[in-house]
Design a binder for this molecule. Sequence first.
Ligand code: FE2
Ligand code: FE2
Length: 189
Amino acid sequence: MKPTRNEAYELLCRYNDSPALITHALAVEGVMRHFARLLGEDEQKWGSIGLMHDIDYQMFPDQHCIKAREILMEHGVDDEYIHAIMSHGYDICCDVEPEHVMEKVLFTVDELTGLINACAIMRPSRSVLDLELKSVKKKYKDRRFAAGVNREVIEKGASMLNMDLDYVIAETISGMREVAEAIGLKGEL
Ligand SMILES: [Fe+2]
Ligand SMILES: [Fe+2]
């Protein structure tokens, strides 16, 4: 089956109750929808894949992506979705390579949303709405800032996409702005 937005969200919540993981899933969903729209692709499909990409992470952090395959197969989710979800862990926790542009976007923005989130929450406004590309770039270059965010993965993803890193960062900020309220980054603006 190809899960609708609600079905994808329900599945996510069946395996996750961590607010941080759900917020991360909503951020990645928003950014995936944004890129799908930019590229004239299927917003609903890209969004559902974004929502479910870390479905196994809370319960099986040591078997990330491998357990996701089992869980999604159990629920009869289409192979295309499973392949896309597994491929975000390419060379990190599995050997499924991103092939489709959707998979390359997911691979790239997964870590990047984490960095942008870290940039937004340290602002006085605690908002992504007034966060500019140049301040994200400054933090991006400071490897001690959000040190857990793997910049190499982001760069590898951008080069798979043949997209300029600045463009990817700017559009990821835009995608997160669209879901600012849902991800708690609307601030007081
Ligand atoms: Fe993941
Ligand atoms: Fe993730």
